[in-house]
Design a protein around this ligand. Structure first.
Ligand SMILES: *Cc1c(COP(=O)(O)O)cnc(C)c1O
Length: 357
């Protein structure tokens, strides 16, 4: 039986999107592709509030996360780490042969502007990575405040992962001054996995020109050259780009303000449920994510058993990521989801968790 997904990625994909993926194939060097590509790019620029370059990469997010450090780290990278994905990004940075330090806070804590300031003030770094919304811990770090600090360090290229937040709230890339903003599409965008989007400021492209060993597949300068012709360096995932085009139309049809509001309502609904059930939260209130809730299993519910029961009822439940498995559980509230979907799901979770006491 197909399970309805309430895990933080991949999330449910609308039938209309799956249909868009069945659009007959075109060649990526045909004018039809350039027109599709240009349209998607223009819509993404509107959504991201940016005039910077917007590129489409055929990979999951980590492809571009790796590409970004290969292209943009010269001297040394400060990888801010507060969860599984940001910890892994540091590992990836080192595996690319880059000098890098992990600036760690405990899982469940946010990255703070003070920590960023203190770290960059050492003058050791020319690149910065952070994850806006740590999906493993349900922590959303204060991006506008951090961006204000970054502005004081013009020699540092900023690379920000917005995989599980982009489109759920306003993230004005240019106003924030993010040099390279990266996201995959199977989370906040509610598309099937396989496509990643990234921006590159002029500063980022200038930096890339000075870096040896950028490789080929994620070479930002290859992307910039192909972009001149509304194209990609190698064959893109055309079906997914059709899906993205359709999803962007759906996002603008809903309206950005309404989409952001819906995410706030879903987050409130889930947080109230967590409180009402007597569970705790991993993050402190100001840093609780808008797109997923990471609850503390303070009642010692048998989460593995609950997950199994929910599976039998047709729901995919997340019982925590990595070292938080069993100690926390995560409820996604992102993408196309509505409060009504969460009402249905949490109704069943309430019923079954009573039995798993
Ligand atoms: C899921 C996720 C990733 C990894 O994405 P892949 O698509 O698996 O490469 C990276 N960052 C964040 C914040 C994520 O949630």
């Amino acid at each position: 039986m197909a399970k309805k997904l309430f895990i933080p990625g991949p999330v449910e994909v609308a039938p209309e999107i799956l249909q868009a993926m069945a659009t007959p194939m075109i060649g990526h060097r045909m004018p039809e592709y350039a027109s599709l590509h240009r349209g998607v790019k223009e819509k993404l620029k509107k959504l991201l509030f940016t005039d910077a370059r917007v590129f489409l990469a055929t990979s999951s997010a980590f492809g571009v996360m790796e590409g970004a450090v290969r292209n943009l780290v010269g001297k040394r990278c400060a990888n801010f780490c507060n969860g599984a994905f940001s910890d892994k990004w540091h590992d990836v940075t080192r595996r690319c042969g880059k000098e890098a330090d992990a600036v760690k806070v405990e899982w469940g804590q946010p990255i703070t502007p003070e920590l960023v300031d203190r770290t960059l003030a050492t003058g050791k770094y020319d690149a910065f990575t952070m994850i806006h919304n740590e999906t493993s811990t349900g922590v959303m770090s204060p991006l506008p405040e951090i961006a204000a600090v970054l502005r004081r360090y013009p020699d540092v290229v900023s690379i920000v992962d917005t995989v599980s937040s982009m489109s759920a709230l306003k993230i004005p890339v240019d106003e924030l001054g993010i040099d390279c903003c990266i996201f995959g599409v199977q989370k906040a965008f509610a598309l099937p996995p396989g496509l990643a989007v990234f921006t590159a400021s002029d500063k980022a492209l200038e930096r890339a020109k000075t870096i040896e060993g950028r490789g080929y597949y994620f070479d930002f300068l290859e992307f910039a050259a192909a972009d001149e012709k509304d194209n990609t360096p190698s064959t893109p995932c055309i079906s997914q780009i059709y899906a993205m085009d359709r999803q962007l139309d759906r996002i603008f049809a809903e309206g950005l303000e309404r989409r952001w509001q819906r995410h706030r309502e879903m987050a409130d609904f889930v947080r109230n449920w967590v409180t009402g059930q007597g569970y705790g939260f991993l993050p402190e209130p100001p840093y609780r994510s808008l797109t997923l809730t990471c609850a503390l299993n303070t009642k010692n519910t048998d989460l593995a058993a609950l997950k199994k029961r929910l599976g039998e009822r047709g729901y995919a439940f997340d019982d925590g990521y990595g070292k938080l498995k069993g100690k926390t559980f995560r409820i996604a509230h992102m993408g196309d989801m509505q409060v009504a979907d969460l009402e249905e799901y949490l109704g069943v979770v309430t019923e079954l968790s009573r039995a798993e006491k």
